[in-house]
Design a protein around this ligand. Structure first.
Ligand SMILES: [Zn+2]
Length: 150
């Protein structure tokens, strides 16, 4: 006889500040954004994929990624969503647009904010460019957002 085990579900709000080391690869990626406004990926020497954000290991062939490559600050909108639900961790008031942007020279997409465009005018495949903050602090939000490239 097997007893049905009912799943136990806890519903709690967890919001706390914490600090953690970004690691050597993510630290270099973020420092390049902050200090040089350069968007850097890592390239796999075996399968030649360029990862953005930079990562230490290829998730296809598991090779170690030591080669850094600068990718463009321009790219293509892969997909997007309009966020209406407020969450305390979101960087903007709602509504705003989150999208996946594949920058020229990268093989993976970067999730980021899309702005300076009416969501009605967004189209998958449209060209976008990064807008950097004037004062940067070593965060993915040193890229303020991506906007359409007209
Ligand atoms: Zn690889």
């Amino acid at each position: 006889m097997s007893a049905e085990l009912e799943p136990v579900v806890h519903s709690k709000t967890r919001l706390w500040k914490y600090r953690h080391y970004a690691g050597p690869v993510r630290s270099k990626f973020l420092a390049e954004l902050r200090d040089n406004k350069r968007i850097m990926g890592t390239k796999c020497p075996v399968c030649n994929r360029v990862y953005l954000p930079a990562r230490p290991t290829c998730f296809v062939c598991f090779g170690q990624l030591y080669e850094w490559v600068e990718v463009s600050n321009k790219g293509t909108l892969v997909t997007y969503t309009v966020v209406h639900q407020k969450e305390p961790t979101y960087p903007l008031d709602t509504p705003f647009v989150y999208g996946i942007v594949r920058l020229d020279g990268a093989d993976t997409g970067l999730a980021h904010i899309i702005s300076e465009v009416d969501p009605e005018h967004l189209r998958i495949g449209m060209r976008l460019e990064a807008v950097f903050k004037e004062e940067r602090q070593g965060s993915i939000l040193d890229i303020k957002y991506f906007r359409p490239l007209y």
